[in-house]
Structures are given as structure tokens and as C-alpha cells.
Design a protein around this ligand. Sequence first.
Ligand code: DHB
Ligand code: MG
Length: 234
Amino acid sequence: MADSTLKSDPTRENWKRVDAWLAEVLAGDDAHLRAALAAQRAADMPEIEVAPLAGKLLGLLVRMSGARRVLEVGTLAGYSTIWLARALGDGGQVVTIEAELPHAEIARANLDRAGVGERVEILVGRGADVLPRLEGTEAFDFVFIDADKESNTIYLDWAARLGRAGTIIVVDNVVRDGEVANEKTDSAQVQGVQAGLRMLADDPRFDASALQTVGAKGWDGVAIAIVTDARAEA
Ligand code: DHB
Ligand code: MG
């Protein structure tokens, strides 16, 4: 009796157990993804990559949208980049931006080892500095924003400018242990997340929703948006 109650309580421990079970059943796992994470851990990089189920979801969204060109802001060690690049298949391209050169070097090795290196370009620098260099290139079909949260509005503006009507945008970490709903937060990161969500609501270039998630990475969430026809008039 006590046992069954425990098992169904939505405690942090139980979310993690369910997330691990779902990941084992659905997300799969392979030597290249494991090697990428091992290299990330060995380099003492922050353990903030997307969860396996989230990586798989990103890949599915890329496939569902028929995307050929993907932009990622925040490469880290390339774990999410591997999911995105695999989903594109031959002929697809990921441009991914990483602020820290040592991280970009680990990511380069991880992507090459995973066999997707030639479809991924890593641009090193802060997003706000690097994104303007992409102006005039072919439109991106899919954008994943997962970098410094303070800059989310800058990244969303560039996602609209570098995308087209119909471009899909996914923004990671929009719930932050529930802090997103705290209007009095003094965290610059949470304020950045809030500003990004308000921009998705108020700027006619976007239409968006958000999903809370629980699992290996605690209580967080993603916003999913589409670039609208209003982009042309913006
Ligand atoms: C942090 C950043 C992330 O992108 C993430 O998924 C989790 C945590 C962070 O900076 O704390
Ligand atoms: Mg993230």
C-alpha cells in the first residue's frame, strides 16, 4: 500500500525513474552519444546537455518539419548537435554557435567521431557577435536556442531574421524550477527567459506555446514556436 503510493507520487526521485525508463525504451543510446558525453565529462564541462528524450524529440521535430538547414545557439559538447545532424541525413546542414573555444574543440571531435562532422559547421563566438555573420545565407528551417538565457530575445530576433515563414524554433530551459512564473525574480537568467517568452507572445513574427518537463534535468520546459508570415513585414 505504502509502496504503490510512493511509486505514483510525482516526486523528483520518481520523475527521474520514469524519465530513465522512457529514455531506455524510446530514446535509445549508442556508442557515439556515450562517447560524446564521456568526452564532455572528461573535459569538466557543465553537465547541462539536453536529456536523451529531449535530444530525440529535437531530431523528430527536425524530421517532422522536413528541415534541411538547422541553426543551433549553444553547442556545448555537441550532444544535441549529434541528434539534430543525424535527423537531417545527407545533404542537410547544421550551423551551431559556441562561445567557448575549448567547448567547440570537444564538440568538433565528438561530431567527427559520430560521423556527422561534415554536415556541421561550428562558429566560435558569442551568439550576438556571430549571428549577424549569417545574414544573407539561405534561410534556416529549424532553430534550437540553448545558450545564455539573458540573450534569449537577441537569439529569437535573429531566428526570425535568419528564418522564413514556417521556421520552427525550440527554446530550451523556459521553466527553470518554476521560477519563470516568479514576476519578482532577481535572476538575470530567469528574467531573460521571461523576456523571451513575452517576445514570443507579443512579437507578430512568432506564434508559440510551451511545455513543462520533468525528468533527469529536474523541472524545466521548452517553448516551441513558428515564424509567421508577419516576418516579411517586420
Ligand atoms: C543551464 C543551461 C542549460 O541550457 C540547461 O539545459 C540547464 C542548465 C544553466 O546554465 O544552468
Ligand atoms: Mg539547455
